[in-house]
Design a protein. Sequence first.
Lengths: 251, 481
Amino acid sequence: MLKVKNLKASIEGKEILKGINLEVKPGEVHAIMGPNGSGKSTLSAVLAGREEYSVDSGTVEFLGSDIFDLSPEERAREGLFLAFQYPIEIPGVSTTNFMRAAVNQIREHRGLPKLDAVQFLKVMKERMKIVDIDQALLKRSLNEGFSGGEKKRNEIFQMAMLEPKLSILDETDSGLDIDALKIVANGVNTLRSADNATIVITHYQRLLDFIVPDFVHVLYNGQIVKTGTKELAYELEERGYDWIKAEHANV
Amino acid sequence: MSKDAEILDEFTSKEYEHGWSVDFEADEAPKGLNEDIVRFISAKKNEPEWLLEYRLKAFRHWLTLEEPNWAAVNYPKINFQDIIYYSAPKKQKKLDSLDEVDPELIETFKKLGISLDEQKRMTGVAVDAVIDSVSVATTFKETLGELGIIFCSFSEAVKDHPELIKKYLGSVVPYTDNYYAALNSAVFSDGSFGYIPKGVHCPMELSTYFRINAANTGQFERTLIVAEAGSYVSYLEGCTAPQRDENQLHAAIVEIIVEADAEVKYSTVQNWYPGDKNGKGGIYNFVTKRGICNGDHAKLSWTQVETGSAITWKYPSCILKGDYSVGEFYSVAVTNNFQQADTGTKMIHIGKGTKSRIVSKGISAGHSQNSYRGLVQVHKRAENVRNFSQCDSLLLGDKCGAHTFPYIEVDNSSAQVEHEATTSKIGEDQIFYCNQRGIGTEEAVALIVNGYAKEVLNKLPMEFAVEAQKLLALTLEGSVG
């Protein structure tokens, strides 16, 4: 599904990603962990297509095509979803209207007829259950005045609406209390299938108790320096990142 | 002697001439403006003597005035002697089908979601006999007539209801008001007259009729609406379809009289030709709109969506004379390319307990300049006045400008006047967020802008709100990315 080969990327002349290699297959859940400033969020931003980052070398294949040939919206329509670490506010635009625009543009791209208001509402009500979100919240301006938990839940609700092939959750656990964390994780697990894949970017092991990964990668200084199973996450939880830093001090 | 004074002298000292210098049979007056032209216009319209006198007084006053230059707009000096002030309404060439219409125009109609029948009407294509516009208009007129509502062209009103016109013409916007008001009063072409009798709730948007019967009202439009005590009317002016006109200068006057307990909602969607991408051409729109809440508990609400014109100079205002009367102004003004808009309102609080609310949303893109200019004035004897003003500006790109000029004059210490202003930019973050959900950049801008303007768009009559939303998107097409 996703093949990242020797990806190097920089912002304002500063190299952040220094040769990333990663392969994600359908049905898999990958966790990417790492200390602050290791390049986790840069990786998700580059995959989603943020313009501020320049891709210096390497390739990324998404569902068989070169991801850099696609605009951010084309990537999304092909099935790439990014749950934002800091979801953006859009005053005056309700989540409902926002999702209706998104769902219909994606459907158009996939050659499906647009959903009318009634059909859309039906789908929406179904998906609302997945993250236990209140319809009143969806009528409010997108993310405006939402609590941290509401914002993250809203991201997973959007994921449920758009049915992506590959979801990248960028620190979705940050700022969540344990109850909210469970709801969010439960949503992600419900949406898991043999056809889709998930990349969970996180700083802490905690989330991985609820979303169990098939692979855990440690990102440090712009490179994946270690790959293992969920046991690796426990080890990191116990020992912190210092031993990784020490092992790779010369990288 | 200065040139103006010279002209003034020449005209005021001139004896009435029988020898017309103007050909009466002509469909068009020669270029330029003088008393003969004013007489020509009045005669062409078979106007009574008192109206000619009104026009002449206005014209003589106009000569004494200087063209105002305080607005934050720039344009080459207008040569008022190089304008044709009267031409008979030209019959639109009838076409047999929409295939004969400029495809670009049809494309725009489609984007706005304007119905096929309406597209035909606006482009002069012959309409199916069953829904012939004249018969629909007649039906409307009958319904209104039964209620005693008068709604007709200004010229008809002069003939059929001279007592009303005589009573109200210039009562809210006197010809002495400003340069363009004086000019309009001298040479106005035509417009609309609405009269709602006491206690009558007008059952339909007057727009409906107006849109079906939109006559070529010319460049100096005149609208007068009188709402008697306890009546209600919602009036909609303009349309979302792009309006082209050979006349560059437009100077309209709208006067509204609202008696006790009556309510008037006046909505405008203005989409005059804004000029091309390089700022060439486009309409100059210098409008004086004002209403008076004459009686207690009267309410006047202005809603405007301004997307067109090269230059917009317009301040729909409320004189809140009756106690506890209410004035509202909701505005969205969009400027793109090289458009300039200087618009806002005046809320004049004279009666006690009067309230006003101003919500202005400016959106600038391209190289355009967008100004809000508003006055809130509280008179000495106006106790317990309340005003709330919210002026927001949204910028797209970094070559456009947004300006706010709020004037607040309070002579009574019991007044509560609040003013809030914000300026924001459409963030790349917002657009990226939309993109990441599969929404293209053009659609993202439309979504964000409509969200920003929602509070105002919600005030428009339903069917128009939808068109106005699309119009905003259309106006800003290609302005980002």
